[in-house]
Ligand binder design. Structure first.
Ligand code: ZN
Length: 238
């Protein structure tokens, strides 16, 4: 395949969720070395960040080649995001659809902030490949997940930092069912099981009950999307 970079390092935005865990495996298949970046900003699903350690342990156990490629795991604190965003993701209010068809969990421009910090870290570490799980297939209401946005940001970062960054978004045109299928393609049932059990998506941080699609409240928009994707994948995986 033409998108392999076997002598280069990648930085993966890694929150501990399903999408970023799949992106991490995607990067481990393509790059010589992979570093991870997570953000802490007082979000309600802080538990998602705790999922990272378990996922990393699982990836190491699953594939010796991947274990040898996994590099530093970074965390950056951005408490300012919590201060400036008045949404259900960061405040204890009900999750509901707001004006404009966007759920009130929407943090305006959050991915622009994440990718800009990622580029600054990558600059410091001599990395040019940055990988994120942005997707405009599901949740197309998030304008900072759009392919056009990511392409424009890549250009802005390259102009503003005088570098040649490549922003990779392997999930851009996949729905959640196709994201599960990609995990299966990359790491078989072992990777699917690892992501199912240890990645976290629920907006409420619910980890009580294990459903066939993983842990979560089963009712919030993130759980609903994940569950529907799993059913779509399971229906075709046989
Ligand atoms: Zn939930």
């Amino acid at each position: 395949m033409n998108d392999t970079f076997h002598d280069q390092t990648a930085l993966v935005l890694f929150s501990g969720g399903q999408d970023s865990a799949t992106c991490l495996a995607w990067a481990l298949e393509r790059f010589a070395r992979v570093e991870m970046l997570g953000f802490s900003y007082g979000q309600r699903h802080l538990i998602e960040l705790d999922s990272r350690a378990k996922l990393l342990d699982g990836l190491r156990a699953l594939n010796a080649d991947w274990a040898g490629k996994l590099g530093d795991s970074h965390t950056l604190d951005i408490p300012t995001l919590n201060v400036i965003s008045d949404t259900a993701l960061t405040r204890d209010v009900a999750i509901e659809m707001g004006a404009g068809g966007l759920p009130n969990t929407f943090v305006p421009g959050r991915n622009l902030v994440f990718l800009t910090f990622a580029a600054a870290l990558a600059y410091r570490r001599g990395i040019t490949h940055i990988i994120g799980g942005m997707c405009e297939t599901d949740y197309s209401g998030y304008p900072d997940c759009r392919d056009d946005t990511i392409r424009a940001l890549q250009q802005a970062l390259n102009l503003g930092m005088a570098r040649d960054f490549h922003l990779h978004t392997p999930l851009m045109w996949r729905d959640k069912a196709a994201t599960w299928a990609l995990a299966n393609e990359l790491g078989g049932q072992g990777l699917v099981d690892l992501i199912r059990e240890h990645s976290h998506t629920c907006y409420l941080g619910e980890r009580g009950a294990l459903h066939d699609w993983g842990y979560g409240c089963g009712l919030c928009p993130a759980c609903d999307l994940r569950a529907r994707g799993w059913r779509g994948f399971a229906a075709t995986a046989v």
